[in-house]
Design a protein. Structure first.
Length: 111
C-alpha cells in the first residue's frame, strides 16, 4: 500500500491497461433498462428482478469488447478522438460524454 508499491504497479501497467481502467471508471456501472420495460404490478409470487449492476469483470469485458469494435490504443487516442468515433464508443458504454472520460483520464495522469 505504500508509495513503492504504487510506483511498481504503475510501472508495470501498459497504455492499453490505463485506457481500460479510465473507461471503466467513466462508464455507467448499471445495465440500461430494456426498451420494452414497464413497471409491473405487485405480485407476491413473482421472482425479484435480476441485478442491474455490472461486476468489475463484466464491465472490463464490456470495455474491451468496445475497444475491439471501435479501436483506441491509449489515453492520447482518447483525447484526440473525433465526435463520430466517440459517439459509437459512448453508445456502447452507456452514454458517457467525451468530457467526463477526458476528466477521468486527466485525473489518472495527474496521480
Amino acid at each position: 500500500g505504500g508509495a513503492i508499491d504504487k510506483a511498481l504497479v504503475l510501472r508495470q501497467e501498459t497504455n492499453l491497461g490505463i485506457l481500460v481502467r479510465v473507461l471503466m471508471e467513466a462508464a455507467r456501472p448499471d445495465k440500461p433498462l430494456d426498451i420494452r420495460h414497464f413497471r409491473k404490478p405487485y405480485n407476491a409470487h413473482r421472482e425479484q428482478m435480476a441485478n442491474r449492476e455490472y461486476s468489475t469483470d463484466q464491465l472490463r469485458s464490456k470495455v474491451l469488447h468496445t475497444l475491439m469494435k471501435y479501436p483506441l490504443v491509449d489515453v492520447y487516442d482518447l483525447l484526440r478522438c473525433d465526435e463520430r468515433h466517440w459517439s459509437n464508443i459512448s453508445r456502447e458504454l452507456g452514454g458517457i460524454s467525451h468530457g467526463s472520460a477526458v476528466k477521468v483520464a486527466l485525473e489518472h495522469i495527474k496521480e
